[in-house]
Design a protein around this ligand. Structure first.
Ligand SMILES: [Zn+2]
Ligand SMILES: [Zn+2]
Length: 282
């Protein structure tokens, strides 16, 4: 199973020269299964690069797009997603119901006047919408991949996803937009369960937008400190941690210092960067 980062930036895209090493596009990642499965999580501006990769690699197929939540930095790339304008592709968009919102209604609203010139019923791709069950322990099978999820602490709610490839033993937990310090004991328990069942995940990708020195003033914003990521990863028993959702004001020099500090604290820790490809083995 391969994990590809299209975008790793939180809150807002950035484009200055000193942000290019880690990348300025907002959250969107691609998982490619051994059997050719294509699964995207979130539709930030990083979706543009992932759409280009998918259309360059094959004439057309099916992709499953999972949404963690609908804050703007996670949906900005959706209207210009290349696959929407290609009739050779089928795009299934799936998420658990969040507050009153199901994925079809959210996408219809984004692709509506006055926000975008092309409406949902004018797209060329075949679209499917799925509301995932909110019941704990639910599994969605997608080709050779098993997908699990749990709600995490974030304003307006957010879900973390876990993807397993039973044939290879590869597994990853993707937890963007999670405020660990404000999470209830029940939320923490559910998250540790996601990381550890059916076996400890190989890779954890987690929101570490802030650091312990400054996180107190961002209480309620919905994000974690990278030091918390390291503790969670060690406690959950995962083998590797990639810290993501980098703040828009964190330039490459700052992030390189964070990466070194995280690595010094635990050698399994590193920072996610746009364009990074990780081969996840069992
Ligand atoms: Zn975000
Ligand atoms: Zn958010």
């Amino acid at each position: 199973m391969k994990f590809i980062f299209g975008g790793v930036r939180g809150t807002s895209p950035v484009a200055q020269a000193d942000f290019l090493k880690y990348g300025g596009d907002t959250t969107s990642v691609l998982i490619e299964g051994r059997g050719g499965e294509k699964l995207i999580i979130d539709a930030g501006t990083g979706l543009r690069a992932l759409g280009g990769r998918l259309t360059a690699g094959t004439a057309g197929a099916e992709v499953l797009l999972l949404m963690t939540h609908y804050h703007l930095d996670h949906i900005m790339g959706l209207p210009s997603f290349a696959l929407f304008y290609n009739k050779a592709w089928t795009v299934e968009i799936a998420a658990p119901r969040r507050e009153a919102f199901e994925p079809d209604e959210v996408v219809r609203r984004i692709l509506a006047k006055p926000f975008w010139p092309i409406q949902l019923d004018q797209l060329h791709a075949r679209l499917k919408f799925t509301t995932l069950p909110a019941v704990a322990g639910s599994v969605r099978r997608y080709g050779g991949l098993d997908i699990r999820w749990c709600a995490v602490h974030h304003p307006e709610g957010c879900h973390a996803y876990r993807v397993d490839e039973p044939a290879t033993g590869a597994s990853v937990v993707f937890a963007t937009d999670i405020e660990w310090r404000s999470s209830s004991e029940a939320e923490k328990r559910a998250f540790f369960l996601l990381c550890s069942q059916p076996r400890p995940a190989r890779l954890l990708v987690m929101d570490g937008q802030f650091c312990r020195a400054n996180i107190a003033k961002y209480k309620g914003w919905g994000h974690s400190a990278w030091e918390d990521n390291v503790e969670v990863a060690q406690q959950a028993g995962v083998r590797e941690l990639l810290i993501t959702h980098h703040a828009p004001q964190s330039n490459d020099a700052h992030l390189a210092k964070v990466e070194q500090a995280a690595h010094n604290r635990w050698q399994g820790a590193a920072l996610a960067a746009a364009g990074m490809e990780v081969n996840i083995n069992g």
